[in-house]
Structures are given as C-alpha cells and as structure tokens.
Design a binder for this molecule. Structure first.
Ligand SMILES: [Zn+2]
Length: 226
C-alpha cells in the first residue's frame, strides 16, 4: 500500500484514539521468529495447534520452555516503543509481550502471553519464571498448569474489547500482519464500515512507525518547553 508519509504524520498528529493492529512482523527486528518459520526444527504454527499440543504434551512443554527462555531475551524495538509512548491502543496477535515491556498499558493480547501460565481447572495465572521443571501443578487446586497462550483451534481472548476499540478509534495502523486470519478480518470490516483511515506497514516497522509519529514527537517537545 502506498501513501503519503507527510499526510499520515499530519493525521496522526491530530488523531485522538489511534489503534494499531499488530502481528509477527513488528517483532522481527527484535529477533523473534514469525509463525511460519521453524523453531529447533518444528514449524511454530504446527507446535501451536491444539491438536498437536494435546497429543504430544511432553514435547509441547519442552519446546515451550525453550521458547520462553529465548523470547525472554528479546527487547522491544523502536516500533513497540513509539506506539507505547504515544498511548496507541494495540491489538496484537503476538504472544511475545513486547508491547507491555515497552510500557504500553493499552494492549489486547488476542493470543495470550508466552510469559504466563494458567491453571486449566481454576484459572489461577502466574509468571512462567516462577515455575520449576517439576512444578507443572497448580499450587491452589493441583490442576494442570498450561501456557497462557491461545492455540490454533481455541477462541481468542478479549474479542469484545477488540471490537469496542475498532468501533471507537479514529485512525488505524496495521503493522506486520496481513489481517487474513479470523477474527482480524472482522475487525478490518468494522474499521472499513466506519470509514476509518487505515495504513498498512509490512516491512521495516521499526523505522517507519517512528517516522509516522514524528509530528507528534515535535508537538510533545513544544509542550515540554512551554
Ligand atoms: Zn488451579
């Protein structure tokens, strides 16, 4: 999609409620793999299917631990930080938690967060770093703990909140995702029906996102000087 950068900068400078819908592409510059890539010889989209995880639970847990360790070293990049700094509401498909680590308080993680585990019986949730190799049992009810991520074939989290945001925002950026999967297609349809301006960023988000918000940065500096 081609657009005039200056025009987008001007629009974003005045916009009051900006939404960014993000996917794996925004985290590529942080060194993280996309779902279609392989992780230690297994395709991520295969690893994260409900059927595969249930059938090969030990393998799933082993890979999940490896992945959590690697993902913990990843740092938010300039795109995550810019969205956080400008109070942009983020709806993400990513499970890397980088928007929250960038300080963004307005994040909907449709697929959950890799750094948390949840009891499948009572819903108790805790950070994964509190777990030891032998403690995959809930300390409250002894139920089975499970990564707090949505697997392929399960319902996403907070869809109604995402729909609310798409129904009330005044501008939208689509970063690092082609919006082909449900329920993102639905969100896109809501934005289009409201004639909200939508700008898509597929490549080098870590460079382009900060540029698009430059006019707001300058405004912020003026306010600080006054
Ligand atoms: Zn429990």
């Amino acid at each position: 999609m081609e657009y005039n950068v200056r025009h987008v900068q001007d629009f974003l400078k005045k916009a009051t409620r900006i939404l960014a819908i993000t996917g794996a592409g925004i985290s590529r510059a942080s060194g993280l793999p996309v779902m279609s890539s392989e992780f230690y010889g297994i395709r991520l989209e295969h690893l994260f299917s409900l059927e595969h995880a249930q059938r090969h639970q030990n393998e799933f847990e082993r890979y999940y631990r490896k992945m959590t360790k690697e993902f913990l070293h990843a740092e938010p990049n300039a795109a995550h930080r810019t969205l956080a700094r400008h109070g942009v509401h983020v709806i993400t498909q990513n499970i890397d938690g980088l928007d929250r680590r960038a300080g963004n308080k307005n994040v909907i993680e449709l697929h959950g967060n890799l750094h948390a585990v949840r009891c499948r019986t009572c819903g108790y949730r805790l950070p994964v770093f509190q777990m030891t190799a032998s403690s995959w049992q809930c300390m409250r009810c002894h139920g089975a703990l499970w990564p707090d991520v949505v697997l392929e074939g399960e319902a996403v989290y907070d869809l109604w909140k995402a729909v609310c945001l798409a129904s009330t925002c005044s501008a939208a950026l689509v970063v690092g995702t082609r919006l082909e999967m449900s329920p993102l297609v639905k969100l896109l349809a809501i934005l289009r029906s409201r004639h909200v301006p939508i700008w898509q960023i597929n490549e080098t988000a870590e460079q382009l996102v900060p540029i698009l918000f430059q006019a707001r940065e300058l405004d912020d500096e003026c306010v600080t000087l006054v």
